[in-house]
Design a protein around this ligand. Sequence first.
Ligand code: TMP
Length: 215
Amino acid sequence: MIDWKSRLAGRFVVFDGPDGSGKSTQLQRFTDFCRAEQVEPVVVRDPGGTPIGEAIRQVLLDPRYEEMELRCEMLLYMASRSQLMTEQIQPALREGRFVLADRFISSTLAYQGTAGGLDPDEIRVVGAVATRGCMPDLVVIFDVDGETAASRMSSDLDRMERKGGEFHRRVRQGYLAQAEHDPKRHLVIDASRSEVEVFDALQAGLASRLPETVV
Ligand code: TMP
């Protein structure tokens, strides 16, 4: 028997991946699973997760702002994240809660960095300000090929989803490069499989990567 309570208490885990990877579906499944295991996670989404962050999110995803400049975009994602840290993530971790985030700075490195062309060091410097140096214990990357990802997206695309196949191919490479650079902090899951198969792999991966907390 796996003692999930002890593995998840006080931990900060991020689910991330390209658009159409199915990460939000897996996040919902894992949230339900946690509750069944008597763990009530603090689930947050980035960008968003606070009233200010949700307002920033609307600006970021609005297709009318096609002209948004890359650094403006990066700073808005970071601004939303900063508010999320103060209002949600830091208080929850201080209370020893399990925090589960739908995206985090790994998205900025993949989308604005590898795919967009911003210097990753520039992103990390601003990221350290936004997050106060609080990094996730584990980033789960739901990896999916472009064709499968495109087939999972709705036809009503937001500003980021409209950036095209080549951009999203670089996004995927950006995630894989992060995992390769820091394998201890990343868990890559092949998300091209069925929902149930992906969830089984997720559960097994988390069990092996999150040791029980020794009290
Ligand atoms: P979502 O689809 O997971 O809600 O994320 C919103 C979009 O914003 C998605 O296309 C990924 C993108 N994004 C970035 O470009 N940079 C970031 O830092 C984050 C958090 C998301």
